[in-house]
Design a protein around this ligand. Structure first.
Ligand code: ADP
Length: 215
């Protein structure tokens, strides 16, 4: 099972750590603020007070053995970058770092971050898309220009099978699941009929998905 270390237990980091722990994963949570560490002590596997920019301290915690590290230090850009660099130099396989702006993100990529996230920007985009398209329930951008979206079955879809809808040919998208009230079909077949109230989980290029939700 994957082991995680989360550094920085502000609003973002504590939410990451808590969610991982709730799902049953081993989490080491680190913050330099003792009171935040105390708050997480009963939630995660281990919570430790330490300075993530102190290489010796990080070595002593054996961080190199962790599969994934999340650097969730927020406002202190200097510490955020140093911590990311130290983790990569120690040999942590996958380091996710939170950036405040694009330039900060570039620096994080340069020092070796495997993934850079912009929580405010990404959540803002998600919310905006959700607000302007009433039948799009959720949206994940999983590569530039490609998304996975949840779309409420439109009038044009209800009563038709996936074969009849020909979404692949017409829109270049794939339906990866269909959710109904009491069940979820994770391997929809061509003969499955879309009913009113169904939710389609669709993967495709952003433009194609956009055309589809107007169907
Ligand atoms: P958020 O916006 O997610 O609440 P914050 O910037 O408020 O983010 O929180 C980041 C956390 O990171 C704070 O709790 C802070 O104590 C912690 N932090 C900052 N620098 C370091 C460091 N060098 N080592 C460990 N923790 C740090």
């Amino acid at each position: 099972m994957k082991q995680f270390v989360v550094i920085g237990l502000g609003r973002f980091g504590s939410s990451v750590a808590r969610t991982l722990a709730e799902r049953g994963f081993d989490v080491l949570a680190i913050d330099q603020d003792e009171s935040l560490v105390q708050e997480m002590a009963n939630v995660v596997t281990h919570a430790v007070q330490a300075d993530a920019t102190d290489e010796n301290a990080m070595n002593a915690l054996g961080l190199r053995n962790f599969d994934v590290a999340v650097v969730a230090i927020g406002a202190d850009v200097h510490s955020n970058i140093l911590a990311t660099m130290i983790l990569k130099e120690m040999g942590v396989r996958y380091v996710v770092a939170k950036a405040l702006d694009p330039l900060h993100g570039k620096v994080l990529a340069k020092v070796g971050a495997d993934r850079v996230i912009f929580p405010e920007r990404d959540m803002g985009k998600r919310l905006a898309l959700n607000l302007i398209s009433s039948n799009v329930l959720d949206f994940i951008e999983f590569a530039p220009n490609y998304s996975i979206v949840e779309i409420k079955a439109t009038k044009g879809m209800v009563g038709k099978t996936l074969a009849e809808l020909q979404l692949r040919t017409r829109f270049g998208v794939n339906v990866i699941a269909v959710k109904a009230k009491d069940r979820i079909n994770i391997s929809p077949s061509a003969s499955d009929e879309i009913r009113e109230g169904d939710i389609l989980v669709v993967i495709g290029e952003n433009q194609s998905v956009e055309r589809l939700r107007r169907l």
